[in-house]
Design a protein around this ligand. Structure first.
Ligand code: MN
Ligand code: MN
Length: 296
């Protein structure tokens, strides 16, 4: 008999019963600097068991939440295979009005991870991307689905005015020119650090003119002091507490979530723990606002 696979802590529900569905995507094929994020879903699941189920700030016990962990997507051949499989699973989760929590893998998994939420709330959903990098390249190393193009692919899905990067502090000149031309608005790390997280969310929501949000967190959006275990660390980022409060402020609007670019081979364990905790904060922040994805 094979051992029971490790699931995210407090995932006690079946798929049919669940309000929240967790999926791991062990994919890091396009990583430019350090690979290894394929190991993140399992490390983050392991780290999740170190936390109490009771989220005392919100008075929410995660054992009362209906959470299901689907496990990982199957071993993927090409990037195109991953995109097809991820989109299929994302549509299945959102199609049944459940809240997706997708664990990468690298950032190239996020546009297909968001596709179900985007179809569900078509025309009324914007995407907040926490990231050190603008990720607005048309292509990188000959590949439009490279992880350096995540926000560009989001903007193909919902339009550049409905994508809102936060924590930005790294881009090439062509990317910035393209972003300005496409009227992409973003909040640099310096600007974000002068605002409260709820001011940042208000700005994002009014700039995008939407009622629903999908949140994609590339952990390098946080400062390497808080999230050292990532493929392309970039100094002068957001604090872990700021991002926790950002999640809290997004709560009333949230329709879906992913967290990507944790790289266990270069982590001391803290980045996986932080990612696990941010997933738990997301569940609690959605729960406190009622039914996942909003009342329909
Ligand atoms: Mn990214
Ligand atoms: Mn990044």
């Amino acid at each position: 008999m094979s051992p029971r696979p490790l699931v995210f802590a407090d995932s006690l529900s079946t798929f049919d019963e669940a309000d929240f569905v967790i999926v791991g995507v062990p994919f890091d094929r396009t990583s430019s600097f350090r690979g290894g994020s394929r190991d993140a879903p399992q490390e983050i699941r392991k780290a999740s068991h170190n936390f109490e189920p009771y989220m005392y700030e919100l008075d929410i016990d995660l054992r009362d939440s209906a959470i299901h962990d689907m496990g990982d997507l199957d071993e993927m051949g090409s990037t195109e295979d991953m995109i097809m499989e991820m989109s299929f699973v994302s549509e299945k989760i959102s199609g049944q009005k459940k809240f997706p929590l997708i664990i990468g893998g690298e950032h190239s998994i996020s546009p297909p991870a968001a596709s179900g939420s985007v179809s569900r709330f078509k025309g009324d959903i914007g995407i907040i991307v926490v990231d050190a990098h603008l990720d607005f390249r048309r292509e990188y190393m000959g590949d439009g689905n490279n992880h350096a193009c995540a926000s560009r692919r989001f903007s193909d899905m919902v339009g550049p005015q409905r994508v809102f990067p936060i924590g930005t502090r790294s881009m090439c000149r062509e990317e910035m020119d393209d972003a300005e031309e496409g009227k992409l608005r973003w909040l640099s790390a310096s600007e974000a650090n002068r605002l409260s997280p709820s001011e940042a969310v208000s700005r994002a929501v009014s700039s995008m003119g939407v009622e629903k949000l999908y949140l994609s967190i590339d952990v390098d959006g946080m400062d390497p002091a808080f999230a050292p275990g990532t493929g392309t660390p970039e100094p002068f980022g957001l604090s872990a507490v700021w991002v926790k409060e950002l999640i809290r402020a997004c709560g009333p609007f949230l329709a879906g979530f992913d967290i990507v670019e944790v790289c266990p081979p270069v982590d001391n364990g803290n980045t996986s723990a932080l990612a696990a905790r941010l997933i738990r904060e997301t569940i609690a922040s959605v729960e406190i606002n009622g039914r996942p994805g909003g009342k329909i």
